[in-house]
Write a protein that binds this ligand. Structure first.
Ligand code: FAD
Ligand code: FES
Length: 233
C-alpha cells in the first residue's frame, strides 16, 4: 500500500455524500478502483472507484457515501488526513461509442469518470435527496431522478436504444439486465471485498454458465445478461 493525503474535501449539504481529492495521480482509468484504509483506523481496506483523475491539478477524486465503519469515519476527515491505498485495481471500462449511462448513488463515481473522459449518449442518475442531486449535478444534460421515481423507470420511459453501462445497488443492476432489450447491458458490481486482487475469493459472482468469477480480478464490469442474479442476491 502507498500513502496519500487529502488535498480538499467537500460534503453535500445533508452529509449524505463526501467528495475527496487526494494528492497525486496514479494512472487510473474509468472503472478502476483502489482499496482504501484510513490511517490507523482499525478496519480492513475497502474498495472505492475513482471518480476523476485530474492530471493538470495533480489530484485523484473519490466519492464516498457514508453507510458503514470507514465511510462514516470519513465524515470527520480533514485536509491533510492520511489514507493508505492499493491500486489502481480492476479492469477499466472499455470505451463503447455512444453508450447510455445509468448510475444509482455512489455508483455515479466510475460513470462520472467514464462520462467525463469518453462522453455518453444519455446519462441517468438516481439520487435519494435534493441535496445529493444538487451535489452531483456536474456533467452536461444529466437526467437526475430524486426520490420515488426509480432511475431505471426514467431510463425505460425514454425508450432508449443501444448499449448501457450501469453502476449502483444490485437490485437496480438486476432490473436493468433483465428488463432492457434495446442493447447490451454492462454492469459494474459492488460486491464486498477483502483483498482486491483475487486472493481471498470474497467477491465471487456466478454466471448463468455456472462459471465463478471475481469482481476484483475479472470485473468490476460484467455483461449483465450473463450474471446469475438469483445466486448474487
Ligand atoms: C469495485 C467497487 C467500487 C466501489 N466504489 C464505491 C464508491 O466509489 N463509493 C462508495 O461510497 N462505495 C463504493 N463501493 C462500496 C464500498 O466499498 C462499500 O460500501 C464498503 O463496504 C464501505 O465501507 P464501510 O466501512 O463504510 O461500510 P461497512 O462497514 O463495510 O458497511 C457497509 C454496509 O454493509 C453492511 N454490512 C457490514 N458488515 C456486513 C456483513 N458482514 N454482511 C453483510 N452486510 C454487512 C453495513 O450494514 C452497511 O450497510 C465500491 C465497492 C466496490 C466493490
Ligand atoms: S476481494 Fe479478494 S478475491 Fe476479490
Amino acid at each position: 500500500m502507498f500513502k496519500s493525503k487529502i488535498k480538499w474535501i467537500k460534503k453535500s449539504e445533508n452529509e449524505a455524500l463526501i467528495l475527496i481529492a487526494l494528492d497525486g495521480t496514479f494512472g487510473s482509468l474509468p472503472g478502476q478502483f483502489f482499496m482504501m484504509k484510513s490511517g490507523d483506523f482499525p478496519v480492513i481496506p475497502r474498495p472505492f472507484s475513482v471518480y476523476f483523475e485530474d492530471e493538470i491539478r495533480g489530484e485523484t477524486l473519490f466519492l464516498l457515501k457514508p453507510r458503514g465503519l470507514l465511510t462514516e469515519e470519513a465524515l470527520s476527515w480533514q485536509i491533510g488526513h492520511e489514507l493508505k491505498l492499493k491500486g489502481p485495481l480492476g479492469n477499466p471500462i472499455p470505451v463503447i461509442e455512444g453508450a447510455n449511462l445509468v448510475a444509482g448513488g455512489s455508483g455515479y463515481a466510475p460513470l462520472h469518470f467514464y462520462g467525463s473522459k469518453y462522453g455518453y449518449k444519455n446519462f441517468y442518475l438516481g439520487t435519494t435527496s435534493k441535496e445529493e442531486a444538487d451535489f452531483l449535478n456536474n456533467l452536461p444534460n444529466l437526467k437526475i431522478t430524486c426520490g420515488p421515481l426509480v432511475v431505471t423507470e426514467r431510463f425505460f420511459q425514454d425508450n432508449n436504444e443501444g448499449a448501457v453501462i450501469a453502476c449502483g445497488p444490485t437490485p437496480m443492476l438486476q432490473h436493468l439486465s433483465e428488463q432492457y432489450h434495446g442493447g447490451s447491458v454492462y454492469v459494474s458490481i459492488e460486491e464486498r471485498m477483502a483483498c482486491g486482487t483475487g486472493m481471498c475469493e470474497g467477491c465471487a459472482v456466478k454466471l448463468k454458465s455456472g462459471e465463478i468469477k471475481f469482481v476484483c480480478k475479472d470485473g468490476p464490469l460484467f455483461d449483465g445478461k450473463e450474471v446469475d442474479w438469483q445466486w448474487l442476491t
